[in-house]
Design a protein. Structure first.
Length: 161
């Protein structure tokens, strides 16, 4: 199916890739259907969470484990059950990223209320973490840079760089 998107104009998406968020996202409760779109540069970890029915609504998202290896999804079991999951290990967690215009060094990720997706049935929900360490505005630039440095070192150590 073809949809209009904020970052890429009109694109073709597989209808099986639509993520259904029955309760919507906080502040966007009426929008229920989204797709994940890759950035043009596939080497970066960010994706677009694009609303299917509203071309002007898209969020930059990132898996928290990409920059924070110790991140653990801690939510109520009934929250997981509401999207058909029993185990957080199967969940796909996505943190919404905010990049202030002209100030990328101030980029933050919302680790307190990630979007959690069941990859088997494509149902999702924005959930509130029970872990008090996580906040709504977690600064991520230094952690991203550290992760990329570590990744480059692994490539060099393997003789591939």
């Amino acid at each position: 199916m073809r949809i209009k998107t904020k970052p890429f104009g009109e694109v073709e998406v597989d209808s099986d890739s639509i993520i259904h968020i029955d309760e919507g996202l906080i502040g966007f409760e009426k929008t229920k259907r989204y797709v994940l779109l890759d950035m043009k540069d596939e080497d970066i970890p960010f994706k677009w969470l694009q609303a299917v029915d509203n071309p002007n609504l898209a969020f930059v998202v990132i898996p928290p484990n990409y920059f924070r290896s110790d991140y653990r999804l801690e939510v109520e079991k009934d929250e997981l059950a509401s999207i058909g999951l029993e185990d957080t290990n199967k969940a796909i967690s996505l943190a919404i990223v905010v990049i202030p215009e002209g100030r990328p060094e101030q980029m933050t990720a919302n680790l307190l209320s990630p979007i959690v997706v069941n990859p088997d049935n494509k149902r999702g929900k924005q959930m509130i973490s029970k872990n008090p360490r996580y906040g709504v505005r977690h600064y991520i630039l230094k952690e991203l840079q550290s992760h990329l440095t570590d990744k480059n070192k692994e490539v060099e150590d393997a003789g591939l760089g």
